[in-house]
Unconditional design. Structure first.
Length: 295
């Protein structure tokens, strides 16, 4: 059947092309387990369309797909540009494609992808990396960040800006809540927040299943201008959950044996130690949970 019309994005986007309209045909895609689906495409489709349709039918992310097509008495992997047409790749309607699920990324690659997703508050992407096939992520991988600005002079850092931070991915996931309060002191309200608690909880649960350190300490160093001392601020995942007003996360961490006696060290022209109760900022649900677990 001849290729006709302009090439345009299918399931993967593009200029309005719809894979299930026009001169369509069906391809059977099967997994080794026996599961199979018939995917409807048309002759304007690209390889990107096929991969996106496979993702929709089997819930296998693009990065984990290996598509095998018949080649004589054997099979060969379907490799090519996402913008190649199916005809150019030799795909026809009588072909049976085999889907293998395999993520070729190394643990190091996945750690970087996980940390990037958490920093950017892409919790769905983070969860996908944690649950991916192949090499596992390190549930205690650490995000290292250092400010590129100079000292507290001119256009450099402002006083008390973060100079550097080291934080394990569990704490980083909870920090994605990114709560901003509308005032100072007990009883004030959240005025803005980042990721919802509902998005953060699945990531935290999966990391704990992989044996993430529930008491891993995040460390921050802040600029203090001409003040002589410079210490390291410390926070645990439980402290962050209290601080961000997240009772669901607090309960999950307490059940995983988080330390309720931990006190955060804060260095701002001197050293202050902050308890979990104080970090709860008057949230009665969190305070009740802390008390129930011995705070």
């Amino acid at each position: 059947m001849p290729f006709k019309g302009k090439q345009s994005g299918g399931y993967g986007g593009g200029s309005g092309h719809v894979c299930s309209e026009g001169d369509t045909f069906q391809i059977k895609v099967s997994q080794i387990s026996g599961a199979s689906n018939r995917i409807t495409l048309n002759w304007e489709c690209w390889l990107q369309c096929l991969r996106s349709a496979v993702q929709s039918a089997f819930e296998v992310p693009l990065v984990e797909q290996r598509l095998l097509i018949p080649s004589g008495d054997d099979t060969t992997e379907l490799i090519g540009s996402d913008m190649q047409s199916l005809l150019q790749l030799g795909i026809d309607e009588n072909m049976v494609i085999t889907l293998l699920r395999q993520d070729s990324r190394t643990t190091s690659d996945k750690n970087c992808a996980l940390l990037d997703a958490l920093v950017e508050h892409r919790l769905d992407d983070a969860l996908e990396v944690v649950n991916s096939f192949g090499f596992p992520v390190d549930p205690n991988c650490v995000y290292h960040w250092r400010c590129g600005k100079g000292s507290c002079m001119g256009l450099g850092r402002a006083c008390l800006d973060v100079k550097e931070r080291n934080e394990q991915c569990l704490g980083l996931a909870i920090r994605a809540r990114n709560v901003v309060w509308d005032g100072v002191g007990i009883g004030n309200q959240i005025s803005r927040e980042g990721a919802s608690e509902e998005l953060v909880i699945p990531v935290v649960q999966e990391l704990l299943k992989l044996k993430a350190d529930v008491n891993g300490v995040a460390e921050e160093v802040h600029s203090q201008g001409s003040w002589g001392g410079e210490g390291t601020d410390t926070k645990t995942p439980l402290f962050l959950a209290c601080e961000t007003g997240s009772p669901g996360l607090v309960q999950i961490l307490l059940e995983a044996r988080a330390d309720v006696q931990f006190e955060s060290a804060t260095h701002a022209f001197g050293t202050t130690y902050v308890s979990m109760m104080r970090a709860a900022n008057g949230n009665s649900k969190i305070i009740d949970l802390l008390k129930a677990f011995g705070a």
